[in-house]
Design a protein around this ligand. Sequence first.
Ligand SMILES: [Cu+2]
Length: 362
Amino acid sequence: MDLSLKRRSLIGGGILGFGTLLSKLLPSSAFAQTPTSADTSTPSGHSVPVHGGSMTMGDVDNSRNGFDPQNILTDWEVGKVSQLPNGKTLREFEISIAEQEVEIAPGVVYPAWTYNGRVPGPTLRVTEGDRVRIRFKNPGVHPHTLHFHGIHSARQDGVPGTLEAFPEQEVVYEFDAKPFGCHLYHCHSAPFKRHLHKGLYGAFIIDPDPKQHPDQQEKAQSRLLGSPQNAKWQEFLMVMNAFDTNFDEENEFYAVNTIPHEFMKRPIQIERDRPVRVYLINVTEFDPINSFHLHGNFFDYYDHGTTLIPTLRTVDTIMQCQAQRGILEFTFQKHELGIYMFHAHQSEFLELGWMSAFEVVA
Ligand SMILES: [Cu+2]
């Protein structure tokens, strides 16, 4: 049997029809056509409609991985907060490299490189104008960096030759947070493609400072973590990523927050009467575009999150190149309760894991 067959030809022939061949590539048939009833029941006992017919069977051991994609939705890290003599807020973070195995689908272990032991790395959340200081430790055996998207000096760019942490070294990045928006950070060491695809990326969210936006103060307040206006919102971080498990430079698994089908098996509960805000980031390697499509509803989109007025209104699908990101806002207030799917609108991606659902509850 020709095991050099490309993934796309496997998919073209149908995952199920090629079960025997696939089992040589993936441990114990990671995908199944019909989920068991256990796979499809939600915390409130509703069953999840199956979209396309293939889902991973079984569950990833999140405790062994040391992180849970459900928690990654909402675990903002605000750093150690103090005041500088000039009145500015200082936020200090520590990020360390771990070169470790991660179970990315049931029984499929991937040799990942991680920031603080998780993929994506910690979600750093600060306010526009804050001083950000990150102590970056590299106990690994390869050089790594932190390259932040944002406005900063060349000296802070985190590319080879600039604040690159070699094995057993430590470097410190320090800059003022701007512009406000939904950003990311990632490793920029060479070879770039490898360091990124291994899992070295994370979200960097800069909330707007309402004082600096008198014309849109209410909107700015609603984005500012810790404000009463922000507390009304249900906010989620979603990082679209993928994994090439057989190193042929094509992905076998697609996901939001690393684990394929996680939010299809266990839909994200949202309260009908509270608005939803999604910080969406695409770090998918090898495929030029990823996308987000919402069922039964439309949303407003803020490209890069750098505006307080939507850049797209009333859309149900957006696409993002690698490193593109944005903020989605929507409400299910006038909807029936129930399960509403969202997924990549590349059919192949959703069949290979990037398929999710909200469960709208009263
Ligand atoms: Cu790296």
